[in-house]
Design a binder for this molecule. Structure first.
Ligand SMILES: [Zn+2]
Ligand SMILES: [Zn+2]
Length: 255
């Protein structure tokens, strides 16, 4: 199926992973749009649901939890203007070496409608430098294996100790045992993300994950409003990996 045919046959119903200017470090805005702009873009795409999921607080450009009341206020305002779309306040928590494997404590999780989680650089106790070196540079196999083991252990700790809605871009930025992650998503009912921004998981990892009883979700991971609702290439990747459309929870056939 060509890109054009896919676009005409299928639509995306919800985008549960988008970023706004609340992902920032001082005067540097890691993502460019406002909450209202993301919502407007989502409405324009015909989405039924959209989530604002800025980066977890321990990342260098993570959200500031003190701003949560402002975010709630902006979401309420957008919800009032656009009653037909459901807007959520989530967060993209960071997988790191903490007691629950995340940069958000179990008490803080209650501040959000749901949490997604993924691996990112720029977070303390996440093995950033070792991961960067082993993932990007030619290094001995034993180093890669050691990092893979460590990263997998942290991801499993996060998955089994928290109710995570979406595991974001597994396999991006650091080696992981994709089979163990897929098994954990199966056992915990966590959605496996097919990420349109990072193109992860890649086709090889998707083929492996497809062997487990997991459901998938396509996310734009938009860092600009005009990327909200992006899905077609990720859908193409999923279909090429042998994943049935019915297993992607936010893809529907156009009437
Ligand atoms: Zn991410
Ligand atoms: Zn993201």
């Amino acid at each position: 199926m060509t890109i054009e045919e896919m676009k005409n046959k299928y639509r995306i119903t919800k985008d549960l992973h988008t970023h706004t200017r609340y992902s920032r470090m001082g005067l540097y805005f890691h993502a460019k749009g406002t909450i209202m702009q993301n919502v407007e873009a989502a409405v324009e795409c015909g989405l039924e649901e959209v989530a604002i999921t800025d980066h977890g607080p321990k990342e260098i450009y993570g959200l500031n939890p003190k701003k949560l009341p402002d975010m709630r206020r902006e979401i309420a305002e957008a919800q009032r203007l656009y009653p037909d779309i459901k807007i959520f306040l989530g967060v993209e928590a960071n997988i790191m070496d903490s007691s629950n494997g995340l940069d958000i404590s179990p008490e803080e999780i209650k501040d959000y409608d749901f949490i997604n989680a993924g691996y990112h650089y720029g977070v303390p106790k996440c093995g950033m430098i070792a991961n960067w070196i082993t993932f990007k540079l030619p290094t001995p196999r034993s180093w890669k294996e050691r990092m893979k083991e460590r990263n997998t252990e942290l991801a499993l700790r996060a998955l089994y100790n928290n109710k995570i809605k979406i595991l974001t871009h597994p396999g991006d930025k650091a080696f992981v045992d994709i089979e163990k992650l897929a098994k954990a998503c199966e056992e915990t009912g966590t959605l496996v993300e097919i990420n349109a921004r990072h193109r992860r998981p890649d086709i090889d990892d998707l083929k492996i994950m497809a062997n487990y009883a997991v459901d998938f979700i396509i996310s734009s991971d938009a860092h600009k409003p005009d990327k909200v609702g992006r899905y077609v290439k990720s859908l193409g990747l999923a279909l090429a990996s042998g994943i049935a459309v019915q297993r992607i929870v936010n893809i529907a056939e156009r009437k």
